[in-house]
Design a protein around this ligand. Structure first.
Ligand code: ZN
Length: 470
């Protein structure tokens, strides 16, 4: 960016920043980055190193004007781009998560850079096919491929293949056929599923190709890269709990995710300490950007899912939460069909949470209470719903763990304004989680909410007053 190739953006970057970034790029280009995985394992983890070919190419990029790194000065564009994407979103949700059409190209995004977006689109059908076969989000395969082989379908000289799997051997090859690349992508999906077992004990749920908990994704990437203790220490230095969120300090996972994680320290030698600076995106950062859930600009972008049998809106523009088609949720006895109407986004949030909750806890179901309904103070603009779960494992005072998890599943939709629940301990944990992923919400203890969550989605989705009885 120091050479002014980005026109107007250039004006917004001050010269000091330029100088620092240029220095980093020079260091990055000259240091022979070695393997960057943990001291714990030397045979089964993926690496963070670069091949000679990549190093050569990067030096070439430096020479031709740093174009490849132009994303570092485009953070300013992120919110505008996110907003455009979500404004043009259709029923399946703008960023799409994994619920979007598998053939649609991902949209060019200024903060990812055209080069990255184009390469992802070139490979997307392979990622999607391998993701289907291994039940891994295709965006996760792309994210790992980005870290390991710069999104190029080739086998680097180290013999570890396009996904950097040290325990396998893939003879160096410049250009993989589709079948070869597909097979490696499937190998990577299976390898990722296996790595889940190295995660923290609360993150060992197998990956699902849709709606996997972002924390499970992060932890799995941390496992994939080798769970280096130095990165847990880095997480602590950044203000995270190193015992529950060690991955937050890993550049392989989180670099460039937010302001405080630009150019994170990276281990540059096997079993070594943090000794370099990473200028690439972390894999979760890439994943979240492709999946449209980075949350860095507020919470409008989502990967919402909608009931497949969603009907037409009524004269007020409200949609009815339909009967479940696949045992995804239940209705509470009090919520008669006339009291199941709300904004389309509210229906989407409820459905998305129901599906994710069922995936996470197959023996529990979301129980949907009143949406717009008489007899409440706030159930009249299509943005509020009362929620319990079928096995009383959450949304009840005393069921702390389940309640926190339920809160997180709501937070992950990105559309929550507030939850009313009368357990301050739960509220603090959910709030901290929401802050940590850049989707802050209000947790309120207002009395009368000890046995259910009252969930408000954001005010922008409010509609006209409607308080139907049964
Ligand atoms: Zn309520």
């Amino acid at each position: 960016m120091a050479v002014g190739i980005r026109g107007n953006n250039q004006m917004r970057v001050n010269s000091l920043v330029n100088a620092v970034i240029l220095l980093l790029l020079v260091i990055f280009g000259l240091f022979p980055f070695q393997k960057a995985f943990s001291q714990f394992s030397t045979t089964t983890v993926a690496k963070d190193d670069k091949t000679d070919e990549e190093k050569r190419q990067e030096q070439e990029y430096l020479r031709i004007g740093l174009e490849r790194y132009s994303w570092v000065d485009t953070e300013l564009d992120k919110c505008e781009l996110k907003k455009e994407e979500s404004d043009s979103g259709s029923q399946s949700g703008s960023g799409g998560s994994a619920s979007e059409s598998t053939s649609a190209p991902i949209q060019p995004s200024g903060d990812l850079g055209k080069d990255i977006v184009d390469r992802i689109n070139e490979n997307k059908d392979v990622y999607v096919e391998a993701g289907e076969k291994t039940n891994v989000p295709w965006q996760l395969l792309a994210a790992v491929h980005y870290r390991e082989a710069s999104l190029k379908p080739y086998n680097p000289s180290n013999g570890d293949g396009a996904y950097g799997i040290v325990s396998k051997h893939y003879p160096p090859k410049d250009k993989l056929s589709r079948e070869e690349f597909l097979q490696q992508s499937i190998d990577a999906g299976e390898f990722l599923q296996g790595k889940v077992q190295s995660n923290l004990s609360n993150h060992r749920t197998p990956l699902q190709k849709e709606n996997t908990d972002p924390e499970v994704i992060k932890d799995t990437l941390y496992s994939y890269n080798g769970r280096a203790g130095a990165y847990a220490a880095q997480a602590a230095a950044l203000g995270f709990d190193p015992s529950t969120q060690p991955y937050e300090g890993s550049p392989y996972v989180m670099n460039k995710f937010d302001e405080k994680r630009q150019n994170m320290g990276i281990i540059t030698r096997d079993g070594g300490s943090v000794s370099g600076q990473d200028t690439r995106y972390g894999a979760f950062t890439i994943y979240s950007k492709i999946a449209g859930m980075s949350g860095a600009c507020g919470a409008k972008e989502t990967g919402l899912k909608y009931p497949p049998n969603l009907g037409q809106p009524n004269e007020l523009g409200y949609y009815q939460m339909p009967e479940p088609t696949n045992d995804e949720y239940k209705f509470s006895g009090g919520a008669c069909p006339a009291q199941r109407w709300g904004s389309k986004e509210l229906v989407g949030v409820i459905y998305t949470v129901a599906v994710n909750w069922k995936n996470k806890y197959p023996n529990s179901r979301l129980v949907v209470g009143d949406l717009n309904a008489s007899g409440h103070k706030s159930h009249k603009w299509g943005v509020a719903v009362d929620i319990t779960v079928s096995d009383n494992s959450a949304a009840i005072i005393g069921k702390t763990e389940g309640s926190v998890e339920l809160g997180k599943v709501f937070v992950n939709t990105g559309l929550i304004k507030s939850i009313w629940f009368d357990d301050v301990n739960v509220n603090n944990q959910v709030k901290a989680y929401a802050d940590s992923i850049g989707k802050p919400i209000i947790m309120e203890s207002i009395g009368g909410h000890g046995t259910h969550f009252h969930v408000n989605i954001q005010d922008q989705f409010k509609g006209p007053v409607s308080e139907p009885g049964c």
